[in-house]
Design a protein around this ligand. Structure first.
Ligand code: WT7
Length: 650
């Protein structure tokens, strides 16, 4: 999206009554931030003592060596995540709702108190044990957004099993790769799911995937739609049946702070998806603390994060952060536009949601449908609004602020990544004057910097790459099974820093403006996609010689997927072949990776040494053909002329 310099001077000051009632006002932010940077160990030790319950205190607050990709927090300390999210709340809030669940069908909803959730977690932990799952074993979770998801996740943590949640929209092929990469012993799934009025196959996809997963010993299946599914009696177990036989208490496994909590796959600029490994103590502390301060969560409030459990936002800000803080967290099974574009606001009114956290792509889609969908809803329960996943354009920001929040709710535009575990750059509702489209200032303990490509610190407000100077507790510790890749991806290009892969600039008052990825990763509707993954799916087609995939600006999705495809000599491209290619990508990755535009190219623009000039393709895809930049290194300038002439995004 283009930069909007006109908005840069527009500010929204913190209203006095919000600052007064919030956990943190601006003076407190400045003082605490300074303390967190000057005395990090004291600062984090204090937070860890107040926010978490430990079975055994730690020996060392923090240790790190970025050259080895080594990071540790609270080494020697012992705790259990489910105890922090459940047991310790029972005395004070056992009968309070932990979960609210809103079905895809507006007539369906469910709730669960902390005590009920605790019992379900203990029971399912016993089911896992009965299936032979032990501390350190990996469990794959492939589920639609059903209420049982929370108990299944926490049951893993109760016994120290490492979960790897795979988004329910990924294909059998993608699921298979992820299960094998982390060597999962067991898969938890449902028969089918509901989404946007349609039925989504789940068990059938699992069956297809694990036909090539020798590591999987059993599959636990939640009966959800109750439609018949194929069954392998030696391997498959019904959740409801196993739960009915399970004991209702389960002693927690005490985990070292640095023992693994979960693996979550995300795309990079090269190669197959990376399984980011998060550990126990630091992650949970960072999840809970950021949830409390960034959303200004107050006791008794209803909090709604619209993410799916398959993404990091669903882990940190739908499950772990809120439950650790004793919050009531809402899980939504459906989509923003079903039955119609007023659904989000209907849900807000029905459940009296106080804090809502969603993605710019959803806001843009709803905004495009028109304000009439807001009109019959009241939304007066809303107090704080959040945005995540991609840069929020000023138009969507203003709509969120003015139309949705009726100018009463601060917007927290939260910048972070799967790798960071939690939010790093963000406003705080009671502290930060807002600027539409700026993620504003760093959270406590976070020290960003902007560097030139050569690694020089940029401090004049111009754009560079965003890096972070030192670890924070929520940071990923490794890539599962490939620690060298962890070092190479994040700590090699700018020694001494964690490299984010994002571009950004920092203005004169210290506000950060994220400008998007600087690598070959694109962000489609808030979903991170490696262009190389899409290319390798396309290249599987026998008629394809070569392909290059880039992102281009898309009104709703943020970025769309533009594929330039060269066919073998003598083959003509047509719409039937386009459809075959789209189907191939859907089968290899999933519908979220479908190319929006496929252009047939006689050749791809290359340097004399044979490297594809993606910079030029990005310009063509964006229809910015007047600013192609330096083309003098092209091997054959005519190739570009042909590509420009046939471009699809005019
Ligand atoms: C990438 C991380 C963080 C949870 C969801 C996505 C982009 C994320 C923002 C924001 C601008 C953002 C970045 C980042 N991104 N939030 N508020 N403003 N860009 O997690 O899939 O790991 O993707 O999303 O490019 O690197 P993810």
């Amino acid at each position: 999206m283009s930069s909007h310099h006109t908005y840069e001077h527009k500010t929204y000051p913190v209203k006095a009554e919000i600052a007064q009632n919030a956990h943190i006002n601006n003076e407190q932010y400045l003082a605490l931030y300074q303390q967190s940077i000057e005395h990090p160990e004291t600062f984090w030790a204090e937070q860890a003592e107040t926010i978490l319950d430990w079975q055994k205190p730690w020996e060392k607050v923090m240790d790190y060596d970025y050259t080895q990709g080594k990071i540790s927090w609270f080494e020697g300390g012992k705790l259990n995540v489910s105890v922090n999210c459940l047991d310790r709340h029972l005395a004070t809030r056992g009968e309070q709702m932990a979960l609210l669940w809103e079905g895809d069908d507006p007539a369906q909803d469910k709730k669960m108190t902390y005590r009920e959730l605790y019992q379900e977690v203990c029971q399912f932990a016993n089911v896992l044990k009965a299936q032979g799952v032990k501390k350190g074993d990996r469990v794959c979770i492939y589920l639609p957004m059903i209420i049982e998801a929370a108990a299944i996740i926490l049951a893993c943590t109760r016994i120290g099993a490492v979960h790897s949640i795979v988004f329910g929209g990924f294909s059998a092929e993608a699921l298979k790769d992820r299960i094998n990469d982390s060597d999962c012993k067991l898969v938890v799934c449902a028969d089918e799911g509901y989404r946007g009025g349609k039925i989504i196959p789940i068990k059938a996809t699992v069956d297809k995937a694990i036909a090539s997963c020798p590591c999987v010993q059993s599959v636990i299946v939640i009966k959800n739609t109750a439609n018949p599914v194929a069954w392998n009696a030696e391997r498959d177990v019904w959740y409801q049946q196993a739960m009915a036989e399970a004991a209702i208490t389960c002693e927690p496994e005490w985990m070292d702070a640095e023992e693994p909590l979960f693996i979550l796959y995300t795309s990079g600029s090269t190669g197959k998806p990376k399984g980011l490994l998060h550990t126990t103590g630091g992650y949970l502390l960072y999840a809970a603390m950021t949830h409390k301060y960034i959303f200004d969560y107050q006791d008794g409030e209803i909090y709604w994060c619209t993410a799916d459990i398959g993404w990091i936002t669903g882990h940190t800000y739908m499950i772990y952060g809120p439950l650790c803080n004793g919050a009531t967290t809402l899980l939504f099974e459906g989509v923003p536009t079903y039955p119609d574009a007023s659904r989000f606001w209907q849900v807000v009114d029905k459940h009296k949601v106080n804090i809502m956290y969603t993605a710019p792509t959803a806001l843009r889609a709803l905004m495009a449908q028109g304000d009439q969908y807001l009109e019959n809803t009241d939304r007066s329960s809303l107090r704080v609004l959040g945005s995540v996943g991609e840069p929020i354009n000023p138009e969507a920001w203003e709509w969120y602020y003015q139309q949705v929040g009726k100018e009463n709710c601060p917007i927290v535009d939260t910048w972070w990544q799967t790798e960071t575990g939690g939010i790093l750059i963000t406003p705080l509702p009671g502290a930060t004057e807002l600027k539409p489209s700026s993620a504003t200032r760093p959270f406590f303990g976070v020290k960003p910097a902007i560097l030139s490509n050569e690694g020089q610190v940029i401090d004049d407000g111009s754009e560079g790459v965003l890096v972070l100077e030192r670890p924070w507790p929520g940071q990923a510790r490794s890539i599962y099974g490939d620690h060298q890749r962890f070092i190479d991806t994040y700590f090699k290009s700018y020694p001494g820093y964690y490299f984010t892969g994002d571009g950004a600039r920092c203005d004169e008052r210290g506000y950060y403006w994220i400008t998007g990825r600087v690598d070959d990763v694109i962000n489609v509707s808030g979903h991170r996609m490696g262009t190389a993954e899409v290319e390798s799916a396309l290249d599987e087609h026998p008629l394809i010689a070569e392909s290059a995939v880039v992102g281009y600006p898309h009104d709703i999705k943020g970025q769309g997927i533009y594929a330039f495809v060269t066919l073998h000599i003598g083959i003509e491209g047509n719409d039937a072949l386009r459809k075959e290619l789209v189907d191939l990508v859907r089968a290899d990755i999933g519908p979220i990776a479908s190319p929006d535009l496929i252009q047939w190219a006689q050749q791809l623009p290359k340097t004399r040494s044979g490297k594809i000039m993606r910079r030029i393709l990005r310009k063509v895809a964006a229809n910015e053909i007047d600013s192609l930049g330096d083309t003098s290194t092209l091997a054959d300038p005519e190739v570009v002329e042909d590509i420009i002439k046939n471009r699809l995004n005019k």
